[in-house]
Write a protein that binds this ligand. Sequence first.
Ligand SMILES: C[S@@+](CC[C@H](N)C(=O)[O-])C[C@H]1O[C@@H](n2cnc3c(N)ncnc32)[C@H](O)[C@@H]1O
Length: 270
Amino acid sequence: MTPDRSVDPVAAEMQHTYDRYFSSEGYRHRYPQPNAATLDFLLANGARTATKILDFGCGNGRYALALLAESNANVTAFDISAASLTEFADALKRTPYGARVAFVHDDLTALGKPASYDLILMLFGVLSHVGDRATRVRTLSTLRRLLRNDGRLILSVPSIFRRRPWELLKAVLARRLGRAQPPQDEAGNIHFTRLVNGDSLTFFYHLYTLRDLRADLAAAGFAIQRCEAESVLPEWWVTQSRILRGLDRIVSRWIAPSLGYGIRVLARPV
Ligand SMILES: C[S@@+](CC[C@H](N)C(=O)[O-])C[C@H]1O[C@@H](n2cnc3c(N)ncnc32)[C@H](O)[C@@H]1O
């Protein structure tokens, strides 16, 4: 059952943005592979032995494809962007793993029964795109129901201390002046436009503090078990350069999670 997008303008906008981002191949060029440190984190925290993985906001499958090669898991690939799933399906045809993947486009009701998955992924800012706090907690609660009681949720979100200071400042000023319209009336929510291959793409983000993330997860029945900086350098630098990737790995171990470009978390049901 496809949702009525007129009642969720953030989702409508993100769908439009990501359809253009993936169709233009801009996403693949910017992030040509998974972040190697995050992939290792997944493998060290259940992905190697998982039997059913839900990759929520899977994009073009840069993580799921790598996990299919490293495990025997069945993967459900969910995204609101049809173009992302098309790119994933095309890449999958060049592998022997097709029979282990089910695609679900934009229909939460098609994700299966409660307790269907032992591992759920929400990688590289998916949760931040979902909308205001109520929508984020509702989405996390849906994922909680889909996860087994002994299952794991691994997610990464952009840190408020590292991203988009100018847009954050504009949002703070708009709130102070009483001019912020929902969802910009909530702290940490921003809108910005980036030029990709000559196309202006507009993004909604909730930028996270660790405290915020802990609170959203707790409201949906999760507790953080492990938490680290996803990278120190921007994601596109570490996915494009081997040297920067190596340097980044060393430095990332030493910095506080909130000072990372992204915050990477393993959460467990409580
Ligand atoms: C930054 S990309 C990350 C994609 C992938 N996880 C990765 O690491 O490459 C964000 C993804 O979240 C998806 N997305 C945005 N809003 C969503 C929502 N409400 N539900 C599910 N996916 C969403 C986008 O279509 C996009 O594929």
